[in-house]
Design a protein around this ligand. Structure first.
Ligand SMILES: [Zn+2]
Length: 327
């Protein structure tokens, strides 16, 4: 499986900034040590091109970001101060999702971006730690290259995918599905094609039951040729910003169900990590690493559908989700 990353492109953050930037380098390091065993090919992502960005974002916004002309309030909304490094990192992070989607469609079935999931960015603005919308840019790029006609974006970050919803409002070729905390950021949630709002404190059983009810609906209504999956780590019980209560095994089971649903249907899927703000950075890395390991297993299974069932049993965890809660 191909895994793309942008971790060498860190950005300078002011002292005391609470974004856990370190998670990207640590996730890369963790996956690098296991890459051979998991059959993962790690690549540093290429920066996405301006023309690709402009399929989603307005030329004015793209130019303001690239040239460092974002206003104070735009930078505050994004949550990062502008820097040349922020531009470089944003371009590579979008590039990683696009390359993962191309790889998945091109035959690997499943591929990942070790970052990405910047779903709060809309056509003319960023927000919530997101500068450009990687999933939207990737979707538009493969459409315009004739690699896919219809796409499904499965957004399981704990925050609603407002930017993505806004970008694809009224576009029947990209189906947006967001499952998120009802009372969480963003305050204003423009409608996705399918929104599922969860109450604070929602745990594994309730979450997985809701996923089982809505994911087949999204797949059916989307009639997609390819899927982009935002596997946010922020529904985790230990997340500072999440307000939900999923366990690590619960999140792994969520990933397994999404990947199984896609691979069973022969749908290529690009996985982006999206948000994660647990107090302990290692918890975020654990959750993302589990997603990547599972994706690698599914990529191997996608190449040999006959052994799909036997290869995709949940990975070892100390506290597995009870068998009764599995499909
Ligand atoms: Zn989030």
């Amino acid at each position: 499986m191909f895994a793309f990353h942008a971790h060498p492109f860190a950005l300078p953050l002011p002292p005391g900034h609470r974004f856990p930037l370190d998670k990207y380098a640590r996730l890369h390091a963790r996956i690098a040590t296991e890459a051979d065993a998991l059959g993962i090919e790690l690549h540093c992502a290429e920066p996405v091109g301006e023309a690709e960005l402009q399929r989603v974002h307005t030329p004015e916004y793209v130019a303001r970001v690239l040239q460092g002309r974002l206003e104070e309030r735009e930078q505050r909304r994004i949550g990062f101060p502008w820097s040349p490094e922020l531009v470089q990192r944003s371009l590579r992070s979008v590039g990683a999702t696009l390359q993962a989607l191309r790889a998945a469609i091109g035959g690997s079935g499943v591929a990942v971006n070790l970052a990405g999931g910047t779903h709060h960015a809309a056509a003319a603005r960023g927000g919530g730690y997101c500068v450009f919308n990687d999933a939207a840019v990737a979707a538009r790029a493969v459409q315009s290259a004739g690699l896919a006609r219809r796409l499904l974006i499965v957004d399981l970050d704990v925050h609603q995918g407002d930017g993505t919803a806004e970008i694809f409002a009224g576009d029947p070729t990209v189906f947006t599905f967001s499952m998120h905390g009802a009372r969480n950021y963003p305050a204003i949630k423009p409608p996705s094609d399918l929104d599922v709002a969860l109450a604070d404190g929602c745990g594994d059983a309730e979450y997985l039951e809701s996923l089982d009810r809505h994911l087949p609906l999204a797949l059916e209504r989307a009639r997609a040729d390819a899927v982009i999956y935002l596997a946010g780590a922020d529904p985790f019980v230990g997340d500072r910003l999440g307000h939900l209560a999923l366990s690590k095994p619960g999140l792994a089971e969520r990933d397994r169900r999404v990947l199984l649903a896609c691979v069973e249907r022969g749908l290529p899927v690009a996985v982006a990590m999206a948000g994660g703000y647990a107090e302990q950075v290692e918890d975020i890395v654990d959750i993302h690493a589990a997603t990547v390991r599972l994706a690698a297993r599914f990529a191997r299974a996608a190449a040999e559908p006959a052994v799909l069932a036997s290869r995709t049993a949940p990975p070892r965890y100390s506290d597995p989700v009870p068998a009764g809660e599995r499909p």
